[in-house]
Design a protein around this ligand. Structure first.
Ligand code: CLF
Ligand code: SF4
Length: 531
């Protein structure tokens, strides 16, 4: 479907959604205890973009090198998942764990299931090869806490051998309250709970059944039990100072506006972050939603719900909806380098001192980048004086890291999206795309899908771009810009915006609203980026 042809009624307008605001009364978390890793005075009020000045030191220490809990950290630090938890105690209409594709990147997908012993060996292998891998997560392919022995055995063994690696789990929450003490015992500092509803009537449309007290429970009764367990588990973790992130899957027509209520309720209970993710739904995945034609949201529908939640629980917007065996920086997947066969042949040397000194270097580079970016931004902001403060546009950015516009259009497998105005360039998400440049030449068949993915953007900032995609983007109304190659992203975006606003003011161009964009649903192209 061409995103530009989507009916306007398909969009959720900001005005249609009740904004969150000052009316929210946060519940003061109970005093911390246990765990030995207390979060201090309740939760910090910053989002993933926060830094050391925005939160208590003990919270910053927990998030500063966790790529999911700190947006900035995800450019520098990697995570890995080990697929030790195959079973699940509920059924979600968007999940089918039988589907497996090595090119597919989405939750529940995995190539090899591991025993705890195999998992620990794999973690040590990755830790010795990727010293900036700081977090081990158990995120399926089933539910981490429906497999408590395998999950906790893995963490126990790993703690004994690699104490510097942070432990993280993701759960549907059904078994959470009963296992909070064990979570604290293993110093698991980060817990994600997937919460898609706080109203069991909504929940009954998402969860056909749960397995509870040795029997299958269905319908509203099942959703009621799940809801109570999720809320109780969240409150218990907050009381113990464990940082919690809430993942919510946005399912148009089922829980889209309802997620604002979810955001309000989880904030009340002390959630550190709220990650609203798009439903991925294709018939080929064999899920109930895929087979019944339930669509995922468009990019603007997702953004509208996220924007409406601003002011509530802080948002994560850089999630990549990882596989249950993902390895590497968010957005890259190196799991194929660490299959069991390959690990057998590797010389594994887990060297804590070497890892620490590497991470110290990463921190030095991070600080230098941060300082240079602040200088660049101050310079760019001088050019924004007098621009209509109500004018906001989205720009897509091709980057391979270091916070700069430094990637060829044809080499991008995703674009970062920034909302630019006269006051700031704000990261609001990313869009995965098919690789345009395949084996050294442009794949013109990919262009329409790339245009659809960034169709709500006014410009795309790249290090370089060929004549053909340049013309096609222009024809679609998206300005290809390579004038800011290797510049810091925010500075480039603001400088382009100042120039754009000047052209609008002079009458050279007319400012027009853009359309909507599609979110990539199927497997992504795993083709190698041409050298
Ligand atoms: Fe893994 Fe999740 Fe821990 Fe991160 S992922 S268990 S919190 S270490 Fe991160 Fe991946 Fe999004 Fe999850 S990008 S799907 S939010
Ligand atoms: Fe699948 Fe996770 Fe839902 Fe279980 S909780 S059915 S593993 S998505």
């Amino acid at each position: 479907m061409d995103a530009s042809s989507l009916a306007p009624t398909a969009f959720i307008g900001i005005g249609q959604i009740r904004p969150l605001g000052a009316a929210i009364t946060p519940v003061t978390p109970e005093p911390g205890g246990g765990c030995g890793t207390s979060g201090g005075e309740g939760k910090a009020s910053c989002g993933t973009s926060g830094g050391p000045d925005d939160m208590p030191q003990e919270i910053w220490d927990k998030v500063k090198n966790h790529p999911c809990y700190s947006e900035e950290a995800h450019h520098h630090y990697a995570r890995m998942h080990v697929a030790v938890a195959p079973a699940c105690n509920i059924q979600c209409n968007y999940c089918n764990r039988k589907y497996d594709c090595s090119n597919e990147s989405r939750p529940g997908v995995v190539s090899q299931k591991l025993t705890p012993e195999q998992a620990v060996k794999k973690v040590l292998a990755v830790a010795s090869e990727i010293p900036q891998m700081t977090v081990l997560g158990v995120a399926g392919p089933g539910d981490s806490l429906a497999n408590p022995k395998k999950t906790f055995d893995t963490f126990r063994m790993l703690q004994e051998t690699a104490p510097d690696i942070k432990l993280c789990i993701s759960t549907n929450g059904l078994a959470l309250p009963a296992l909070v003490d064990e979570i604290c015992q293993y110093n698991i500092d980060h817990v994600t709970i997937t919460i898609n509803m706080v109203d069991p009537e909504v929940g009954a449309k998402i969860y056909p059944w749960i397995f509870w007290e040795h029997k299958r429970v269905t319908g509203v009764e099942a959703a009621t039990i799940l809801h109570k367990q999720q809320m109780l588990g969240l409150e218990m973790l907050t009381a113990r100072g464990v940082l919690t992130k809430i993942n919510s899957v946005l399912i148009p027509g089922i829980n889209d506006e309802h997620l604002i209520e979810v955001n309000r309720e989880v904030k009340k209970r002390g959630a550190f972050l709220h990650n609203i993710m798009p439903l991925i739904s294709e018939a080929e995945h064999g899920t109930v939603f895929g087979l019944t034609g339930q669509r995922g949201p468009t990019a603007q529908e997702l953004k509208a719900v996220q924007d409406a939640c601003m002011g509530g629980a802080n948002l994560m917007r850089h999630c990549r909806q990882c596989r249950a065996d993902a390895v590497g920086l968010l957005g890259e997947d190196r799991s194929e380098e660490f299959t069991l066969d390959k690990i057998e042949e590797m010389e594994i040397v887990y060297d804590l001192d070497k890892r620490k000194s590497y991470q110290d270097k990463v921190e030095v580079e991070r600080q230098a980048q941060h300082a240079a970016k602040q200088d660049a931004l101050a310079e760019a902001q001088a050019g924004l004086v007098g621009i209509d403060p109500n004018m906001k546009v989205l720009v897509a950015v091709a980057t391979e890291g270091h916070g700069r516009v430094n990637l060829h259009f044809g080499h991008a497998t995703e674009f970062q999206i920034f909302e630019v105005s006269s006051t700031e360039a704000l990261f609001v998400g990313h869009r995965r795309v098919d690789l345009y440049c395949q084996g050294g030449y442009g794949e013109d068949e990919q262009l329409p899908s790339i245009v659809r993915a960034i169709n709500d953007c006014h410009a795309v900032l790249v290090a370089k771009i060929g004549a053909c995609p340049r013309d096609e983007l222009k024809a679609a109304g998206i300005e290809p810009v390579d004038a800011y190659a290797h510049e810091f992203i925010e500075k480039a975006a603001l400088s382009w915006f100042a120039d754009y606003a000047a052209r609008v003011a002079s009458g050279e161009i007319t400012h027009q609203a853009r359309g909507d964009a599609s979110i990539r649903q199927g497997a992504y192209t795993a083709a190698e980026v041409a050298a």
